[in-house]
Write a protein that binds this ligand. Structure first.
Ligand code: DSN
Length: 420
């Protein structure tokens, strides 16, 4: 059989992951078992529908796999119901909106320019094109969301769907207050915990499940699973159009959400990925995963303090979770250039808008860093302090330090083999 160049490229990417330092806040390293399931023969199977209610024959085995995945996810988060078929977090959000809103209904989410997510109403995303999207942001002085401001905007906009959750916000969320506001204006409350899911599941951060009507997430960030999305129902289940109904309406709500996924936004589920999600959820139920998530937050705090000591401005002055946003405005370097310089030293991070940024999303004034991946690798306090020092050397001295830092990065990475 002819050799396929794709496998050479996969090996090159493997080398890149082994040799460098991964600080992209939305990335992690899935376990060999998660990757084994994701790369399995389950990719051959069509299974449109839900366990025991499929449109194809031969689904007896994948039914068991998907059912186990749902059960593990519900026990991980204390959820009453879950759908594990969404191919991604953005698609999970699209499915929720399709299921619960009419085109043109108003939604209120966290501004993308302040750290929110594309799928929460950005004008270039389906959520902003089909719905009437409004936004809350952070306060300029504190870099934090002001809940009185959220309430004020919600009372003006009267959204059908209020969304909490972010891609670049380093502080925890007050889900209880969000719920009060949602109840005041008659909105459904959606928490998208894509970034913080693993930290929430192990009790390191506030839990949205008792407060939010619907919770979506990805499975590949702090949850350390395969790339994918999930939808869960929390404490109560109002009917899909936001009218008040008695508690216990879970069957109705779950069935509209199921339909939002299939046939609303997707066809056949990826049963190989669902199997990999099930493996990851079982891993996340183990005590060692709780220890891991504690270390993720400790490492983020050590890294953020070391950066502040080195003279860097962090939005909101620090972090409660796994990520931080460096505002480089006072350093005379853009996010774009910082990302490129760090990349040449094999330190991978991403440029990111900071709140009230004067630069475009392609340039930006910020860099976002996260500790989920390096913590999986085994990095601890000493390595975090070292990373802060490398970032400072590269960003403040530029070209002359890049090659030297790169050698040091490779030397450290060799000491922490992936999946040793
Ligand atoms: N692109 C992801 C992130 O980096 O946060 C969110 O979808």
């Amino acid at each position: 059989m002819q050799h396929d160049k794709i496998f050479d490229l996969i090996e090159l990417e493997h080398k890149r992951q082994l040799e460098g330092i991964e600080l992209i806040a939305s990335e992690n390293f899935a376990s060999p078992n998660v990757m084994k399931a994701a790369g399995s023969i389950l990719t051959n199977k069509y299974a449109e529908g839900l366990p025991k209610r499929r449109y194809y024959g031969g689904c007896e085995v994948v039914d068991e796999i998907e059912q186990l995945c749902i059960e593990r996810l519900c026990s991980l988060f204390g959820a009453e119901w879950a759908n594990v078929q969404s191919h991604s977090g953005a698609q999970a959000n699209a499915a929720v909106m399709l299921a619960t809103l009419n085109p043109g209904d108003s939604i209120l989410g966290f501004s993308l320019a302040h750290g929110g997510h594309l799928s929460h109403g950005s004008p270039v995303n389906l959520s902003g094109l089909y719905y009437d999207a409004h936004f809350y942001g952070v306060q300029q002085e504190t870099g934090r969301i002001d809940m009185d401001d959220v309430a004020r905007i919600a009372h003006t906009v009267r959204p059908k769907l209020l969304i909490c959750g972010a891609s670049a916000y380093s502080r925890d969320w007050d889900y209880a207050r969000f719920r009060e506001i949602a109840d005041e204006v008659g909105a459904l409350l959606l928490a998208d915990v894509a970034h913080t899911a693993g930290l929430i599941a192990t009790g390191q951060l506030n839990n949205p499940m008792p407060h939010c009507h619907i919770v979506t997430s990805t499975t590949h960030k702090t949850l350390r699973g395969p790339r994918g999305g999930i939808i869960m129902l929390g404490k109560d289940y109002p009917n899909p159009m936001g009218k008040t109904t008695k508690k216990g309406d879970i069957r109705k709500m779950s069935s509209v959400l199921d339909s939002g996924v299939f046939p609303g936004t997707q066809g056949g589920p990826l049963e190989h990925v669902i199997a990999a999600k099930a493996v990851a959820f079982e891993e996340a139920l183990q005590p060692s995963f709780k220890e891991y998530t504690k270390h993720v937050i400790q490492n983020a705090q050590i890294l953020s303090e070391a950066l502040i000591d080195a003279g860097y401005d962090l939005v909101s002055g620090g972090t409660d979770n796994h990520l931080m946003l460096i505002d480089l405005s006072s350093k005379g370097i853009t996010g774009k250039d910082a990302e490129a310089l760090l990349g040449r030293a094999d330190i991978t991070a991403n440029k990111n808008m900071v709140p009230f940024d004067t630069k475009s999303p392609f340039v930006t004034s910020g860099i976002r860093l996260g500790t989920a991946a390096v913590t999986t690798r085994g990095f601890a306090e000493k390595e975090m302090v070292q990373i802060a020092s490398w970032i400072d050397r590269v960003l403040s001295q530029g070209d002359q330090e890049v090659e030297k830092v790169k050698k040091e990065v490779h030397a450290l990475a060799q000491l922490f083999p992936l999946h040793a």
